[in-house]
Design a protein around this ligand. Structure first.
Ligand code: SAM
Ligand code: SF4
Length: 313
């Protein structure tokens, strides 16, 4: 059991000591020169009834985002094939919404999972809250990972979402784990929360019965019209500290730099990798927002001697 006070103490260590210790733990558990690459596709976009303060897809936010119903199977499989060609080992299918809305839509997603898996890719889905029966069906279809972020600390949660409580998220995470699917779960920083909130979020994840196999850290992408579009951004070095803390608290989890990576210089990204980040999203788009420039990662990896992992789930 990790105590919040201890985690806060680690977070506040002198910067170079913190990243050196995180790096040593990283080397003991992973190939320090390797990263795992995912791509993500929004298979259903917008029209969501939830009120997540940061999200472009909520009908309750004043955003002007194009929306579309569930994509057809061919479109998704062709996007996955292209992702594989660009070097991704995992393909994530994301659907807006509190929960899958109909049996028909859910079956369509299970078919996507089957076909994407057949391409030799690891599969990931993020569909909101699901029950045991749905988790079992996804597992049977070949789902390797389910993404379900807790997003922020339990204390700050009600400032960000009012249409559910954090325990609803945790229930889905445990349901997914009980079905034998790996969990990808992290959060967003830069929504007005304090460093204490950020550390509490990581402590919550580390103290789950089984810590997530993958921990994505998103830097808020400010969407005009959302309730957090004027919040203060996180300091780059605090972001590196959080990566290091995630590595120390969850030594065997993949730590992923997710949204907002295009705001970091190559130097900050390299520091994140040194501190224990070993997973990335590489597509030019992350759901509705811009991610990294095409070719930027290839050049960065070459300069750092970083290699890309093959699928192994
Ligand atoms: N509806 C599903 C859900 O809420 O789990 C899946 C889709 S949701 C868009 C996936 C994740 O993207 C969210 O949990 C959040 O962490 C991240 N996200 C969404 N909008 C973001 C933003 N503006 N900046 C950073 N991360 C964001
Ligand atoms: Fe809906 Fe997911 Fe966006 Fe929340 S994060 S508004 S649940 S799509």
């Amino acid at each position: 059991m990790i105590r919040f006070e201890k985690a806060m103490e680690i977070f506040a260590w002198p910067f170079f000591r913190l990243i050196r210790i995180a790096h040593d733990i990283h080397r003991q558990n992973f190939n320090e020169q390797a990263v795992q690459i995912s791509e993500i596709l929004s298979v259903k976009t917008g029209g969501c009834s939830e009120d997540c303060a940061y999200c472009a897809q909520s009908i309750r936010n004043g955003t002007k985002m194009p929306k579309h119903p569930m994509l057809n199977l061919e479109t998704v499989v062709s996007a996955a094939r292209e992702a594989r060609g660009r070097g991704a080992s995992r393909f994530c299918m994301s659907a807006s919404g509190r929960t899958p809305t109909s049996k028909e839509e859910f079956n369509a997603i299970c078919n996507m999972v089957k076909e994407v898996k057949a391409l030799g890719l690891e599969t990931c889905a993020t569909l909101g809250m699901i029950n045991g029966e749905q988790a079992a069906q996804l597992k049977k279809s070949g789902l390797d990972y389910y993404n379900h972020n807790v997003d922020t600390s339990p204390d700050f949660y009600e400032k960000i979402v009012s249409t559910r409580i954090i325990d609803d998220r945790i229930k889905t995470i445990e349901t997914v784990q009980d079905a034998g699917i790996n969990v990808c779960c992290g959060g967003i920083v830069g929504m007005g929360e304090t460093n204490e909130d950020r550390v509490k979020m990581l402590v919550l994840l580390a103290n789950l019965k089984t810590p997530p196999k993958c921990v994505p850290l998103n830097k808020l992408v400010k969407i005009p019209g959302t309730r957090v579009d004027d919040s203060h951004p996180i300091d780059d070095f605090d972001f590196v500290r959080l990566i290091a803390l995630a590595r120390i608290l969850m030594p065997r989890s993949y730590v992923k730099i997710a949204a907002g990576r295009n705001t970091f210089s190559d130097g900050i990204q390299a520091l994140c990798m040194f501190a224990g980040a070993n997973a990335l999203f590489s597509s030019e788009k992350l759901l509705t927002v811009d991610n990294v420039r095409a070719g930027a990662d290839k050049s960065l990896f070459e300069r750092l001697g970083v290699t890309v992992e093959l699928p192994n789930a």
